[in-house]
Ligand binder design. Structure first.
Ligand SMILES: [Zn+2]
Length: 292
């Protein structure tokens, strides 16, 4: 009987996060275009002279060769395409970059095609790298990712009944996923007022070409307003999605032994576990990423 030939795949990927696995290995979470998000073991990555480790830091754009292991894939080769080194040396941009990774992680499931999310993430990281305004890069990524994953927010009409909304005195709800009309706001006690300037810029970023939105000068008030609105929205959508995403992930992982990927022990202080927050002033655990 011939020996089984192990199948290998070569793919590019963005490293979303990593965690310790045993004494000398790491499990890395990769976002790939064709296979979506997947965990793979990087054997020996914790050893001082590992050839893999330097290529598998979170945020790295990398080309990997994956061998199909019994339960998880195994990274047999890794070659950095873009290290995003300049982002790691700048705490504000690092924080923004890590937030993009966290969002991409939250809005994708294991082993499901994620080409759109992959392209959006890589594009946003490259825009941060070339020095584009962080507000625009991050807001644009949030809106596009929500749209690509079926959560396009509604900034033109009532998100609940599609009726026209008044031009001023605008009200929105994160749970409804956008603006609410006069009538629908009564059944949404959580709804709150939203600055018309914030809505106008959100509409522009959502629907106009990126270069056009990039020409808009954002004042502090509008920028802060947009950030608050988008954080509430992303949190609401992520929570709404959690049940179905978990279900899909569970269905796809029915093979025995796959619980190895659920090891929650994390060695990565900068993985922004927990609530989605984007705080350029106080990057969470960002020191763990610098100088890598
Ligand atoms: Zn309505």
């Amino acid at each position: 009987m011939p020996a089984r030939v192990p199948r290998v795949t070569k793919t590019e990927a963005v490293v979303l996060k990593r965690r310790r696995f045993g004494d000398s290995d790491r499990i890395v979470t990769l976002l790939t275009p064709a296979r979506g998000k997947l965990d793979a073991i990087a054997k020996g990555a914790l050893r001082p002279r590992s050839k893999l480790a330097g290529h598998l830091e979170p945020m790295t754009h990398v080309e990997v060769v994956l061998a199909h292991g019994r339960t998880l894939g195994i990274v047999t080769q890794a070659q950095t395409i873009e290290p995003f080194a300049a982002l790691r040396d700048d705490l504000e941009r690092l924080s923004a970059g890590l937030y993009l990774l966290e969002l991409a992680d939250r809005f994708t499931v294991e082993e499901a095609e994620a080409d759109a999310a992959y392209v959006l993430l890589l594009t946003a990281l490259l825009r941060l790298l070339r020095g584009d305004g962080q507000q625009l890069v991050v807001r644009s990524f949030e809106l596009a990712l929500l749209e690509a994953t079926g959560f396009r927010p509604e900034w033109q009409r009532c998100a609940a009944c599609r009726a026209e909304v008044a031009a001023d005195g605008l009200v929105w709800s994160p749970l409804a996923g956008g603006l609410l009309c006069e009538r629908c706001r009564e059944s949404h006690p959580e709804s709150e007022r939203i600055d018309v300037s914030v809505v106008k810029v959100l509409r522009l970023i959502q629907d106009a070409p990126y270069e056009e939105a990039a020409r808009v000068r954002l004042n502090q008030r509008v920028a802060a307003g947009m950030e608050g609105v988008m954080h509430d929205l992303v949190r609401a959508m992520a929570e709404r999605d959690l049940g179905s995403a978990r279900f899909l992930a569970a269905v796809r992982h029915t093979r025995p032994g796959n619980d190895v990927g659920d090891d929650s022990s994390s060695e990565d202080p900068a993985s922004l576990n927990g609530d989605v927050t984007y705080t350029p002033q106080e990057p969470q655990g960002a020191s763990g990423q610098t100088g890598s």
